[in-house]
Design a binder for this molecule. Structure first.
Ligand code: ADP
Ligand code: MG
Length: 410
C-alpha cells in the first residue's frame, strides 16, 4: 500500500478557505458596512433596535460582514455601562418553520443542559420559553436569523417577536431581529404586517465585480497559501470566472481551493491558470451532475436522446427530431414512451436548468414561421458521464463516446 505523506507545497492554512472561516478583514464593502452600522446605531444609543432585513445572492458577504459587525458591536458596547448587548445567531437553512427556529433559539440560549426537543411542545409553549429566556438575559438582544428564506410563509415568529413588548410578553429586554436572505423575493411573500416590522431597515449587498473579487481572493490567498504559491494570473482568473458567473466570493474562493488541490495532485508548487481552468471544469462537472441527478426518469431519457444526437453531430435539433430519437431510445430499452407534448416539457426543463441551450431559428420562408432547436449547453462528456451514473447504459455510453470521437464532438 502507498503511504500517507503530508502535502506541503501549496497551502499554508487550507482551513482559511472553508465555509466556516471568518476573515479578519472585510474587503470592498465600506459603503454597505456604513449603512449597516447606521442601522445598528440605536443599539449603542440605548434605544430599542430597528429590525433589519439584509438580502443578496449567495457568496456576497452577508454572513461574513454580519459576523464581523456583531463582534465589533459587542466589543464597542462594553465601553458603555448602561447598555448590555447579547447576540444570538441561528442558521435557518435546515429549519422550515417558525416553530423550529424558535426551538433553536431557545436551545442557543440554554447552552449547558436544559435543551428542549425539536418536536412535541405546543407552539405557544415554545414561544413562552423563548420570552422567558429573553427576559432573563435583559438589556438588548439581537437575533440573527441567517438564511431566513427557508421558513417560507411560515413566518409567525417574525410577527410575534417584534410585537412582544407591545403585547406585554417582554418587559425588560429589547429585541432586534436581523433577517438575512439569499432570496430577495422572500420579503414579498411575507404577510404585509410582518414585512412592515421585519424590513424597518432594508440592506442590499450587490454581486461583486471582478476587481473587488481580486482583492478578496488576494487577501485570502495571503493567509491560505504558502508564499509565492499563487501565481498572479491564476488569482485574477479565479476572480474573473466568478465575476462572470454570479459575482460570488464563495465561488472565487472555492475555485482557489480546488486549483490548489489540482496543483498538489500534479506535484507542483505554484498554482497556475491551467490549474484554475481544470478546477473550473471540475466545478462545472459537479454542477451538471447535480442538475442531472435531480431529473425524473423520462427527463434522463430525453437528455440521453439529445446526447446521442450530439454524438452524431446532429444538434442543434428540433423537437420533432428529439422526439423521434427519444422513441427510439425507449424502444431499445423496452420502455413505453411518453407523449411528444411531455417530452417537449422535459426539454424545456433542461433549458431552464442550463443543461440545454435553446435557439430561435427563423425559417425565412414565412410559411412555417419560427422554430426552436436544442443542443447541449454543457460539455458532452459531463452530460454523458452523469447520465451513465443514473441509467444502466454502460455499453451504449461507450458506443456514444466512440461515435463522438469520430465526429470530433467536444
Ligand atoms: P453570504 O452569506 O452572502 O452567502 P459569505 O459571507 O458566506 O456570503 O461569503 C462567502 C465567502 O466569501 C466567505 O468565505 C467569506 O469569508 C468571503 N467573503 C465574502 N465577502 C468578503 C469580503 N468583502 N471580504 C473578505 N471575504 C469575503
Ligand atoms: Mg451566508
Amino acid at each position: 500500500m502507498r503511504r500517507f505523506q503530508r502535502n506541503a507545497s501549496i497551502f499554508a492554512d487550507k482551513d482559511a478557505l472553508r465555509e466556516s472561516y471568518t476573515p479578519p478583514e472585510i474587503e470592498e464593502r465600506d459603503e454597505e458596512i456604513a449603512d449597516y452600522m447606521d442601522a445598528l446605531q440605536p443599539v449603542i444609543d440605548g434605544w430599542e433596535p430597528d429590525n433589519i432585513f439584509l438580502y443578496g445572492n449567495t457568496g456576497v458577504g452577508k454572513t461574513a460582514v454580519t459576523d464581523r459587525l456583531m463582534e465589533q458591536l459587542e466589543e464597542d458596547a462594553e465601553e458603555y455601562d448602561d447598555i448590555d448587548v447579547t447576540v444570538f445567531s441561528v442558521n435557518c437553512k435546515t429549519l422550515s418553520s417558525s416553530y423550529q427556529v424558535a426551538v433553536q433559539l431557545v436551545n442557543a440560549m440554554r447552552p449547558d443542559g436544559g435543551e428542549i426537543a425539536a418536536t412535541g411542545h405546543p407552539k405557544q409553549t415554545v414561544f413562552r420559553m423563548l420570552y422567558d429566556e429573553l427576559e432573563d438575559i435583559g438589556g438588548t438582544v439581537l437575533l440573527i436569523l441567517d438564511e431566513i428564506d427557508s421558513i417560507g410563509s411560515n413566518d409567525e415568529l417574525l410577527y410575534e417577536l417584534p410585537r412582544a413588548r407591545a403585547n406585554g410578553n417582554l418587559e425588560h429586554t429589547k429585541v432586534g431581529i436581523i433577517g438575512i436572505s439569499n432570496d430577495f423575493k422572500f420579503s414579498d411573500q411575507l404577510d404585509p404586517r410582518v414585512q412592515d416590522t421585519l424590513c424597518e431597515r432594508e440592506l442590499h449587498f450587490p454581486a461583486y465585480e471582478a476587481d473587488e473579487l481580486v482583492s478578496i481572493v488576494e487577501s485570502r490567498a495571503e493567509i491560505a497559501l504558502k508564499e509565492d504559491a499563487g501565481d498572479e494570473g491564476a488569482i485574477r482568473l479565479c476572480a474573473a470566472l466568478a465575476a462572470k458567473d454570479r459575482g460570488s466570493a464563495r465561488q472565487a474562493l472555492d475555485l482557489l481551493r480546488l486549483s490548489g488541490e489540482q496543483a498538489e495532485r500534479a506535484d507542483e508548487d505554484v498554482i497556475t491558470e491551467d490549474h484554475v481552468e481544470a478546477a473550473r471544469q471540475e466545478l462545472e462537472r459537479e454542477r451538471v451532475e447535480e442538475g442531472i441527478r435531480q431529473l425524473t426518469h423520462h427527463g434522463h431519457l430525453s437528455l440521453l436522446s439529445i446526447v446521442s444526437l450530439a454524438a452524431a453531430d446532429d444538434t442543434p435539433a428540433r423537437t420533432r427530431t428529439v422526439f423521434e430519437r427519444y422513441q427510439n431510445v425507449c424502444e431499445t430499452m423496452g420502455i413505453s414512451p411518453l407523449s411528444r407534448r411531455s417530452i417537449h416539457n422535459h426539454v424545456k426543463d433542461l433549458v431552464m436548468l442550463g443543461i440545454l441551450r435553446e435557439r430561435d431559428n427563423n425559417s425565412g420562408s414565412g410559411m412555417r414561421g419560427n422554430f426552436n432547436t436544442y443542443e447541449l449547453d454543457v460539455p458532452f462528456d459531463s452530460a454523458l458521464s452523469a447520465l451513465a451514473g443514473e441509467l444502466d447504459i454502460d455499453e451504449r455510453a461507450s458506443e456514444l463516446r466512440r461515435l463522438a470521437d469520430i465526429n470530433d464532438v467536444a
